[in-house]
Design a protein around this ligand. Structure first.
Ligand SMILES: [Ca+2]
Length: 302
């Protein structure tokens, strides 16, 4: 009896400890910016569920450069958007070293990492004599991977066990619940981002004072970033307010955050750059990955 009672008490304590550990883990994970390293060795930060004002409310106060003016209407109307589940986002843009690990692991040539449309693009491009993966600039290890199409970015994200962020997830990770204009505040500051007076990308994380509320870096500038969504310039007037994923189909993919050598206007987190189809790549467009909480999608999912 004594032994059984002891065992029962012990089990009870053990369950309590387990429950406490679970709670402590949950608490830590719910903290904005709580870090982890994923299975590929990439640092990510936690973005808790929440709401923010997506888009631009006071467009009249902005002074877009002529070449970006046509895109402003697509940021309107500003609307309250809810992200109903927390998620992990890469602290940094995907680097050349990280991308090379994907290639070296065979992930690039593994059909299961690609969408049907992406694999079709890859096969056709190689048949046309295009050498892929391409390196249109010197691939310095700790600089962001550029020269990457949306299809390639999506395949890399699948290999990582994640996906590209939706535009809403990306913008929320950059602006936070207070919907800042820039990751660090509402005024542009050239010391916090690689945006102006620049001739190229820098080592990721070179502007620590430009961190967003969750500690994500270079969300303004350095390379611009592919997001999951197709473009519909009128989407904000009609799209979902809860976990929006963009229109179901399209021709152009949205890019966020501006780039080195650009303009403070395009480094605003609400800015939507759109002109490029998913087969396009150049030297100032890169990406980062999100991993939903819970079970990540298996690499074999369609
Ligand atoms: Ca960036």
């Amino acid at each position: 009896m004594a032994t059984a009672a002891f065992t029962a008490v012990n089990r009870g304590v053990g369950l309590m400890l387990a429950a406490t550990a679970l709670l402590a883990g949950a608490d830590a994970t719910e903290t904005p910016g709580h870090p982890r390293t994923d299975g590929a060795g990439i640092e990510q930060v936690w973005v808790p569920a929440g709401s923010f004002l997506m888009g631009t409310a006071d467009a009249a106060a902005l002074e877009p450069p002529a070449w970006a003016r046509r895109e402003l209407a697509s940021e309107q109307p500003a609307r309250e958007v809810t992200i109903s589940s927390g998620f992990w986002i890469d602290r940094y843009e995907v680097t050349n070293a990280a991308y090379q690990a994907f290639v070296d692991d065979g992930g690039y040539d593994d059909r299961s990492n690609w969408s049907s449309q992406g694999w079709h693009w890859l096969v056709a491009a190689r048949a046309a004599g295009i050498r892929l993966p391409d390196e249109c600039v010197e691939p310095i290890a700790d600089q962001p991977r550029a020269c990457v199409t949306w299809h390639e970015a999506a395949a890399y994200a699948r290999w990582r066990g994640g996906r590209l962020p939706t535009e809403a997830e990306w913008e929320y990770a950059a602006r936070g619940p207070s919907s800042l204009s820039y990751p660090w505040g509402n005024e542009f500051d050239p010391a916090r981002a690689n945006v102006i007076d620049s001739t190229g990308a820098t080592t990721v994380g070179s502007f620590p004072t430009g961190a967003s509320w969750v500690g994500a870096l270079d969300m303004a500038g350095n390379v611009m970033e592919w997001v999951l969504d197709w473009l519909d310039p009128g989407y904000y007037a009609s799209g979902d307010h809860r976990d929006p994923t963009g229109p179901a189909t399209g021709q152009i993919k949205v890019e966020k955050g501006g780039w080195w050598g650009a303009h403070p206007y395009v480094a605003r987190s609400a800015y939507r750059h759109f002109e490029d189809p998913p087969e396009y790549s150049d030297h100032h467009i890169g990406f980062r990955v999100v991993t939903p909480a819970g079970a990540p999608p298996a690499r074999s999912e369609p």
